[in-house]
Every structure is written in C-alpha cells, then in structure tokens.
Design a protein around this ligand. Structure first.
Ligand code: SAM
Length: 255
C-alpha cells in the first residue's frame, strides 16, 4: 500500500524506467546514488545499464524486495534504509564521482535538490523526476512566471534541462499533477559557498517582494547604491534580472 506521506508514486513500466536510465547517461563503471527506490522499478533499469547503485530508502517495508534485487545484482546494488535528507552522500560515494538518479518523493524533492546544489557533495550529474511545476521553476528564464529563487540557484550552480514529460497515469497510484524529468550537470564555474550564501540573501530579498522595484525590495542591502555599483536599473523588478545579474548584485553586496 502506497504511503502518501512518503510521496509514494511508483513507476512500474520498464519502458519508462529504461528511458530515465538512458537520459541519465550512466553505464558500466559509473556509481549511481538513487533516492527512494521503493519496489525497485527504476533501480532495475539503472542496474541494467551496468552501473553500480547505492539506493537510499526511508520506508523499511521495501527492504525484502530490495534485498532480493541486491542478491540478483551480485554486488552491484547496496541498500541503505535512511532519510535521504540526512544522508552523507560524499561518504557513500567514497570520495569518487557519483551520479544521482531519482523519481523523487515530491514532498522533499526541492529540499534534496538544494542540498545537492549547495552542499559539500556535488553529484557528477542529477537526473530527477519532479512535479512539473517544480521542474518549470528550475529551468525558468527571466520574464517567465516560474522564474524565481530556485531558477537562479539551480542555474548558477548547474546546467539544467527538462528532458522528459511524464503524465500522471505513468505512476501507480497516479499523482494529481503532471511530472517531468530534469537533467542537471554541475557548472565548472559554480560559485564558492560564501558567494552562494550572498546570492541566497539577495534573491530572498528581491523575490520576497517580486512586484516591487529593486530599489525598494533590496533597500536593506543597499538598494539604489547597490544597483548602481553593478549597472542594474533600480527601477527593474526581480523577475527581469538575469542569473548573472543576481550574481553581480551578490558580489557587490558582499564586497
Ligand atoms: N523509485 C520508485 C519508483 O520510481 O517506482 C519509487 C519512487 S516514489 C515517488 C518515492 C520513494 O521515495 C518512495 O519509495 C518513498 O518511500 C521514498 N522516500 C520518501 N521520502 C524519503 C526520504 N526522505 N528519504 C529516502 N526515501 C524517501
């Protein structure tokens, strides 16, 4: 029985799970960390590619099924029963690169993405199923309704693309909303943690009052003077400022 509080919507169609594994571009020699394997549909498809998989599942009810799968996988599958929010992925990866692939539990999807974008463990790539509305917030561009803090954070740290739309009926039980897979690879020029912290402060203020002009929404951070330093019009609104513009504002505020 699927538990709603654990965001349990399962992918049982091998055509879909295989397609996600293909989109993840993983294979022989790769290490994949999968969050929430549940009954193991996507896990199976990932193992088929020849990748080694470490699966983190919070719900112990899946353990017997997953242990069976691990036995058949002959050492290629390791199972951890724990909450992925507290997991130490760097330790699980053992200092080597690891890819993250997951049909994410929607209630913790954004929190996990932020952890992987800003934390000490940077995945080699991420191939993640989100509810469509969250996927759109990740890839949104200035001027889009969905453009906000998440887009700026995701796009300063990673290259992100929506690679697959998935309708509710692909899942058992079907969720109320549509879903989409986003593929992210870390940017080589990913800002250092102090820059990211400043960026978070600036975007929180700017998008906290997204309809206001920056002169007023950024008032406590320097307002008009801060905008002038980086050549951004103080009359502009947060939703029109590029990712690079926000980084410039964050750097100027920090300086
Ligand atoms: N991968 C499976 C599939 O595609 O059929 C299941 C995906 S289901 C959307 C999300 C899974 O994540 C569930 O198995 C759920 O128990 C698990 N889960 C929920 N919260 C979790 C957490 N905080 N840490 C680890 N797993 C979690």
């Amino acid at each position: 029985m699927a538990k709603k509080s654990f965001g349990q919507h399962f992918l049982l169609d091998l055509n879909i799970t295989r397609k996600i594994a293909r989109l993840a571009q993983v294979g022989e020699g790769d290490h994949v960390i999968e969050v929430g394997p549940g009954p193991g549909g996507l896990t199976r498809a990932l193992l088929e590619t020849g990748a080694r998989v470490t699966a983190i599942e919070k719900d112990p009810r899946f353990l017997p099924l997953l242990e069976e799968l691990a036995l058949a996988a002959d050492g290629a599958l390791t199972i951890r029963v724990e909450d992925a929010l507290g997991a130490d992925e760097a330790a699980l990866a053992g200092g080597a690169p690891a890819h993250v692939v997951s049909n994410l539990p929607y209630n913790v999807g954004t929190a996990l993405l932020i952890k992987w974008l800003t934390g000490t463990f940077t995945p080699a790539s991420m191939t993640l199923m989100f509810q469509k509305e969250v996927a759109e917030r990740i890839i949104a561009r200035p001027g889009d309704d969905a453009y906000g803090r998440l887009a700026v954070l995701a796009q300063t740290t990673a290259n992100a693309a929506l690679v697959m739309d998935v309708g509710p009926r692909a899942f058992t039980p079907p969720p109320k909303v549509s879903s989409a897979v986003v593929h992210l690879t870390p940017r080589a020029d990913r800002p250092a943690p102090e820059r990211l912290a400043a960026l978070q402060t600036v975007t929180a203020a700017a998008f906290g009052q997204r309809r206001k002009m920056l002169r007023s929404s950024l008032k406590v951070l320097g307002g008009e003077a801060l905008c002038a330093k980086v050549g951004i019009a103080p009359e502009a609104r947060a939703e029109t400022i590029s990712v690079e513009g926000f980084l410039a504002l964050a750097d100027a505020w920090r300086a």
